[in-house]
Design a protein. Structure first.
Length: 163
């Protein structure tokens, strides 16, 4: 069976993992395998994650609780589905450090949607929020609307940014 979850281990022991497609009941076996090879750190890329179901959430939390014991965990390119999980379920993030996320926008005039990547390094909550207020539609040049509730979307970060 082909896996949506791929990983490579660098010479310095850092693992890079990518979660592509669906995080679901088929993910557990691959996450368990990755865990056995994990060393000091792991960077997890969610840019290709398309959906998550409740079995996937459960498998992820079990994986993360063990992974945190072995390695420093970082999340990158967290798509909106992942950000929403982190806000609803703190254990979905655990002590993982978020490097970057994708913020979703849509254009009320022409219907164009797009995600903007935001880097967390050195960012303040005010800066992240103000950046959502000046996104222009590439198609019709109208200013785009943020698709989620801004205060809720960045809620998971408050602890990180304070430290
Ligand atoms: Zn537009």
């Amino acid at each position: 069976m082909a896996s949506n979850i791929t990983y490579t281990i660098h010479h310095d022991g850092n693992m890079e993992m990518a979660i592509n497609g669906s995080l679901d009941e088929n993910s557990e076996v691959f996450l368990t395998k990755a865990l056995t090879e994990m060393k000091s750190s792991c960077l997890i890329d969610f840019s290709g994650t398309t959906n998550i179901n409740s079995c996937g959430v459960r498998a992820w939390i079990q994986f993360l609780q063990k992974a945190e014991q072995k390695a420093e965990i970082r999340y990158t390119n967290c798509v909106p589905d992942i950000v929403i999980q982190m806000n609803m379920i703190p254990a979905f993030k655990g002590s993982a450090k978020v490097i970057s996320l994708q913020a979703p926008f849509f254009c009320e005039r022409c219907g164009t949607t797009k995600n903007i990547t935001q880097e967390m390094k050195g960012a303040s909550l005010d800066k992240l929020v103000s950046d959502t207020e000046s996104v222009q539609c590439e198609t019709c040049k109208e200013s785009m609307e943020f698709e989620e509730v801004v205060e809720d979307y960045y809620a998971f970060l408050e602890e990180d940014l304070a430290s």
